[in-house]
Write a protein that binds this ligand. Structure first.
Ligand SMILES: C/C(=N\NC(=N)NO)c1ccc(NC(=O)c2cc3cccc([N+](=O)[O-])c3[nH]2)cc1
Length: 319
């Protein structure tokens, strides 16, 4: 394929290392440093052209370049041609969580807990920045190494949405007489939107602990959508007998059909199963290798503040 000239000048692209539904990932070497990197090639026709202004304004690429958290994929560089995007990313040598669960049957509970905690922190960060991921699945969770104890990163923001309270405010300025009730209740504000990610994390945790999905067309007579709508899943004893009751409790409180009754990300982070000092120390050592987490946290806060100021000024220009 015709790679952008600047990309070819800066990187050597070699073999494919992962194939996503919407494109492929190639191993690349940065010519100047010989550093190994990954290049995700996304075919533009995979980007559904959304009607809503919000989606057009904030494409996935902008989200990818804006987010900054140890458990979210970081883009190093970005190129595009008429038909493709080329995203240069850090190499995630552990590959997709999906492959690891498949090859190991099911993960050890301590490993599942370490990964799940990092996923919660990544999604907590997205939500605090008004972003819903909406497509959390094992293919979109990457592992930084082949070791069980490793950093994980969430990727693929193609389905993500920015929560625009502003657009709701504009809606409420008009005549309300034609507006549906849910516009005024939770449904259209951050409330329910964020809960979709909590459900997906429940499915992810179920798969990591049980080694099989909670909802699947091959289970019983019901369609997969009926199983999901009814929230009907089975913890097969042979697979779940070694899993702790606390871990099962987290899954059961996330796979709740009614979003208003579903456990939130914040509540999950407070659940007894995750009050595990050793796991947290390991996770923080992986997330903030520089060691001084306080300093790193302070830097994060400062960076967010400057970015927020920048965005506000930027928005004024847009307005
Ligand atoms: C941003 C994004 N997707 N966005 C999108 N619209 N997809 O639908 C995206 C999706 C997937 C990836 N995947 C990788 O970086 C990735 C997959 C993989 C498998 C084995 C080994 C490696 N590796 O880096 O060594 C891998 N990296 C990286 C970025």
């Amino acid at each position: 394929s015709s790679l952008p000239k600047e990309l070819r000048e800066k990187y050597v692209l070699t073999r494919g290392i992962g194939t996503g539904v919407c494109g492929e990932v190639k191993l690349a070497f940065e010519r100047s440093t010989c550093r190994k990197l990954a290049v995700k090639i996304i075919n533009k026709k995979n980007f559904k052209s959304e009607g809503t202004a919000t989606r057009n304004a904030k494409t996935e690429i902008e989200i990818l370049q804006r987010v900054d958290h140890p458990c979210l994929i970081k883009t190093e560089d970005f190129y595009q041609t008429d038909d493709s995007y080329y995203i240069v990313l850090e190499l995630m040598e552990g590959g997709e969580l999906f492959q690891k669960v498949k090859s190991q049957q099911q993960l050890k509970e301590s490993v599942a807990k370490l990964y799940f905690y990092q996923m919660l922190k990544a999604v907590q960060y997205l939500h605090s920045n008004g972003i819903i991921h909406r497509d959390l699945k094992p293919e979109n969770i990457l592992l930084s190494s082949q070791e069980d104890v490793c950093l994980i990163k969430v990727t693929d923001f193609n389905q993500s949405r920015i929560l625009e309270e502003a657009s709701l405010m504009r809606t409420l300025c008009g005549t309300p007489s034609y507006l549906a009730p849910e516009v005024f209740t939770h449904a259209s504000t951050t409330g329910y939107g964020l809960a979709v990610d909590a459900w997906s994390l429940g499915v992810l945790l179920f798969v990591c602990l049980g080694g099989y999905p909670p909802f699947h067309e091959s289970f019983g007579h019901q369609s997969i959508t009926d199983q999901i709508i009814r929230g009907e899943f089975t913890m097969v004893p042979s697979k779940w007998k070694h899993v702790s009751d606390q871990a099962k409790d987290v899954v059961r409180k996330l796979l709740v059909v009614d979003p208003s009754k579903r456990m939130t990300i914040e509540e999950a982070l407070q659940h007894p199963w995750l009050q595990d000092r050793d796991m947290m120390d390991t996770a923080h050592r992986l997330m903030y290798p520089s060691g001084d987490a306080a300093a790193t946290a302070a830097v994060q806060v400062e960076r967010l503040a400057t970015r927020k100021r920048g965005r506000d000024e930027g928005d004024e220009e847009e307005e």
